[in-house]
Write a protein that binds this ligand. Structure first.
Ligand code: TPP
Ligand code: MG
Length: 895
């Protein structure tokens, strides 16, 4: 309960007047009770607000519709026709799930979610959602489990055929199979925004609306004709990603955003808030965050009852009934409702005396009433200055019959008995012959039927069918040579790859070809990465500009916010940053604008923190660059366990759309970025590049000449330096990457100077890409045992046999081990398995055994295994290098 003690600190100019007013309220409470006082106070609030008094908003309002009946606009459609259409869609949505599960028991699918949401979508499709003819149209995030309903509607429109419906959840046959949920990766002409991982649709939609504004404010395209709609479940609102970015939407005044939360009061296991009221809870949450809230709780059948309830008994009962009871009323039927909802108070009983039990059971929830939904959508679209959420109360499994409707098992229902199917058909009034019912046939009234004509006319008037994903052809010009020419020359002044990246980014932002399309995204770390000078150059995006003079305004490189700012400085939200990344990386399709996001973050807080969103971007067919900065378990010294990343490269390998690279040198990084952009926008590959960059200053060599270098950087491996031809001694091959390349180069010197061993240096830019190609080759060989075996880039570069290999990196040993099946010489891998800890770089590299001396020792052992040195010589080397042979490996410490 809120306390009002603070009031005593505010001076009161007229205590007598205050006392008089309080006395009035006290008298009213004494005479009429607290309910009337509540009403009086709310009336006073409303009047004061009309008179321009700014008052804090009430977090919640009574449990009734926000829009009063007399304010509802006339429903503009043919309601009877739209109801028939909905009935057909309902039937087919259920039929496709039933048929799929009959043919393949256990294949899955959902009946109940769409059954509750059908009207919410129908009103959108018939009256609000704008298609893509003549512009980008609206962006719609469909709640994932509604997919059958969305397919069924496309079937009625003639965009999907019956054989396709029959291949729901049977995708491997190739074209025609329908994915379980909205997956652009799998059905790229249809779905746009992946949503089914709960919460990601919510945060994604907010940043999509925000990105629409960004594109507009930066004059990259006119997005004023687009609205973002997001449909979420009430259970889904528990996800931090659903609720976590609400304030951003309000702060930035995103009135181009409408959410519809389908409040069917149930999630998968049971009630969302059986002991409370989810709609009220969400109302408080959204209003507190600054959203416009519209509750659609009751259908038109309740209007009359509410109007006749002079004593306020009905509202009171609505307010005090918990969701678990509301769910029970649906299951238990009219007599139960009369007894338990209207029964306890005589005034309530009197209100419904004229209604039969059946009538009571048909008092609908507002989310099933076209008129109420339309009024809410119309009001949302007209609302200025803030996003709107519509909290629509519905019944889960609505219309599917008593075994499904509002039961606790409704979410997973995939079957209806024959009797239930007959009843369902009768309820929907569809002319499906009795003998066909057992096979749950699809019903289509024919392409020339009034229903199909109607929906197609409605969609034509609204700009074409939805969902649909269109990739507009864009003219792509690669950056000019000046952008990265300087990196080929190298630098004798030690610089980190992070500094080099900041320089490259600056150059790209100035490039006439791609400069405007680059979208730098940072979660409050630009200074850490040396990117803060770019704030002044490019500006930080701020929809309302800069309303203050920054503290550093005197300085050359000040903090500059601007409406046309290019930087997305997101604040401390990796999830928000990834949502921006998704919007930016898919803008080539959504808006036909090939923006190129560079999301730069602490590598530790990337794949493991927002991995599901990176996966989602893969589904959405995003194109862009993830830059994992401060990478490496030992290179980010001093930060310790929660910061030191030694495994994101391995996680990245598991994301099929991600090409992951660990460049050692600035020229490699520059080449990778150039090639990456070209693949994404020149070659139209829907891929992400993940580059890890480090904060250790190292001398940057010049780029060696040679085709093997050019190609090897991208394939994942090339020989950076040959063994010294002017001396003798056995040869070892050293693989290095990232900052550990510095240790590898130092090991080369140690080996030569102290042990008479010559080393070849190989730059392993991507173990991940090498393995992928090797697997493709291996698969071909496996399937063609009689043909001459093909070889991969890795095999071609290494040849068969030859010098043993030592691979060292700042990553877990499993990363270089990805290549083990294809290496036929001794292959020793050094890495950073285990938790990180804080210390100096030097100490950490000794601790994890990835420094020059450990690489040297491993090289001696590798030579011993290859027979070019004796085991005794290797043991001596270990001793001479000061390595304790019996120290336990890091990853078994403290187990
Ligand atoms: C991140 C994540 N966790 C769990 C699930 C599994 N799941 C799918 S639907 C669902 C319940 C959804 O309830 P609600 O959001 O209320 O949607 P409704 O079907 O009731 O409309 C759950 C837990 C998921 N899809 N994603
Ligand atoms: Mg629900």
């Amino acid at each position: 309960m809120q306390t009002f003690d603070f009031l005593e600190q505010i001076p009161d100019a007229d205590p007598t007047e205050t006392a008089r007013l309080i006395g009035e309220i006290e008298r009213s409470i004494a005479a009429h009770g607290p309910e009337r006082a509540k009403l009086l106070l709310m009336r006073l609030l409303a009047r004061a607000r009309d008179l321009g008094v700014e008052l804090p908003t009430l977090a919640t309002t009574p449990y009734i519709n926000t829009i009063k009946t007399s304010d509802e606009p006339t429903f503009p459609g043919d309601e009877a026709m739209e109801t028939r259409i909905r009935h057909i869609v309902r039937w087919n949505a259920a039929a496709m799930v039933l048929r799929a599960n009959k043919t393949h028991p256990g294949i899955g699918g959902h009946l109940a979610t769409y059954a509750s949401a059908a009207s919410l979508y129908e009103v959108g499709f018939n009256h609000f959602f704008r298609g893509k003819q003549g512009g980008a149209g609206d962006q719609i995030f469909y709640q994932g489990h509604n997919a059958p309903g969305i397919y069924a509607r496309a079937y009625l429109e003639g965009r999907i055929n019956a054989p396709q419906l029959d291949r729901y959840r049977q995708e491997t046959a190739g074209h025609g199979g329908l994915p379980s949920y909205p997956h652009a990766r799998l059905l790229p002409d249809f779905w746009e925004f992946p949503t089914v991982s709960m919460g990601l649709g919510g945060i994604g939609s907010i940043y999509q609306a925000r990105y629409n504004r960004y594109l507009h404010n930066r004059s990259l395209t006119d997005t004023s004709g687009s609205r973002v709609w997001a449909f979420l479940g009430d259970g889904e609102m528990d996800e931090p990603e659903s609720a976590g970015a609400l304030t951003l939407a309000a702060r930035e005044g995103l009135d181009n955003l409408t959410w519809v939360v389908n409040c069917n009061l149930q999630r998968l296991d049971g009630p969302v808030r059986g002991n409370g009221k989810i709609i009220q809870e969400l109302e408080g949450l959204f209003r507190g965050a600054g959203w416009n809230v519209i509750k659609v709780i009751w259908s038109r059948e309740w209007d009359e009852l509410l109007a006749n309830d002079a004593g306020g008994h009905l509202v009171r009962k609505m307010d005090s009934t918990v969701d678990g009871e509301f769910q029970k009323y649906i299951v238990a039927g009219g007599a139960y409702i009369r007894e338990h909802f209207f029964g306890p108070e005589p005034e309530l009983g009197a209100l419904v005396k004229h209604l039969s039990d059946d009538d009571l059971a048909h008092l609908r929830r507002g989310g099933h009433d076209y008129r109420k939904i339309h009024a809410a959508y119309a009001s949302a679209v007209a609302h200025k200055g803030a996003p709107t959420v519509i909290l629509a109360k519905t019944v889960k499994g609505y219309s599917l019959g008593p075994s499904v409707e509002a039961t606790n098992v409704t979410h997973q229902a995939k079957k209806l008995s024959e009797a239930e199917l007959f009843a369902f058909r009768d309820r929907l009034g569809l002319p499906i012959p009795d003998e066909k019912i057992p096979e749950a046939p699809y019903y289509h009234p024919g392409p020339n039927s009034p229903e199909v004509k109607y929906i197609n006319e409605r969609r034509a008037a609204l700009g074409g069918p939805l969902p649909s994903r269109v990739v507009h052809p864009v003219n792509w010009s690669a950056p000019e040579a000046a952008v990265d020419a300087e990196f080929a020359a190298g630098s004798s002044v030690p610089v980190s790859t992070t500094m080099a990246f900041a320089k490259l980014l600056r150059n790209m932002l100035r490039d006439p070809n791609v400069g405007q399309q680059i979208v730098p995204i940072v979660p409050d770390e630009a200074r850490t990465f040396g990117m803060d000078p770019l704030f002044k150059q490019s500006g930080i995006y701020a929809p309302f500009g800069q309303r203050y003079e920054p503290v550093d305004s005197e300085l050359l490189l000040s903090y500059r916010e601007s409406q046309s700012g290019q930087f997305l400085e997101e604040g401390i939200t990796e999830a928000g940053s990834m949502a921006s990344f998704q919007a930016a990386s898919t803008a080539y399709a959504t808006h036909g604008v090939p923006t190129i996001p560079f999301y730069v973050f602490y590598s530790m807080f990337g794949f493991q923190r927002v991995g599901d969103q990176i996966w989602q971007v893969g589904d959405a067919r995003g194109r862009g660059f993830l830059i994992g900065a401060t990478a490496g378990r030992t290179t980010l010294a001093g930060e310790g366990l929660q910061h030191d990343d030694g495994h994101s490269q391995l996680i990245a390998h598991l994301h099929p759309h991600v090409a992951a690279y660990d460049p050692s040198f600035a020229y490699e990084m520059a080449a990778l970025i150039r090639r990456g952009m070209d693949r994404m926008h020149g070659g139209r590959e829907d891929i992400l590049y993940y580059l890890t960059i480090y904060n250790e200053n190292q001398a940057q060599p010049a780029r060696p000449e040679g085709a093997h270098v050019d190609e090897g950087i991208h394939r994942g491996l090339y020989r950076f330096a040959e063994a010294d031809a002017n001396s003798s001694g056995p040869i070892v091959r050293l693989f290095g990457s990232g900052a550990i390349m510095g240790e590898v180069l130092a090991a080369r010197d140690l080996l030569r100077e102290r042990f008479g061993v010559r080393a070849e240096i190989w730059s392993a830019t991507s173990y991940s890409e090498l393995r992928r190609e090797a697997l493709v080759v291996e698969r071909w060989n496996r399937r063609h045992p009689e043909s001459a075996p093909r070889t991969s880039w890795l095999q071609d570069q290494l040849g068969s046999g030859g010098a043993p290999i030592v691979a060292a990196s700042d990553w877990v040993t499993a990363l270089p081990d990805l290549l083990a099946p294809w290496i036929d010489v001794p292959y020793l891998v050094l890495g950073t398995d285990g938790f990180g800890l804080s210390d100096t770089r030097e100490a950490l590299r000794d601790f994890f055994s990835v420094d020059a001396k450990h690489i040297t020792a491993a090289a001696m052992v590798a030579l011993a295994r290859g027979g070019e040195r004796t085991p005794a010589e290797a043991a001596t080397a270990i001793k001479e290098l000061g390595i304790d042979p019996d120290r336990l490996p890091v990853f078994v410490l403290d187990r």
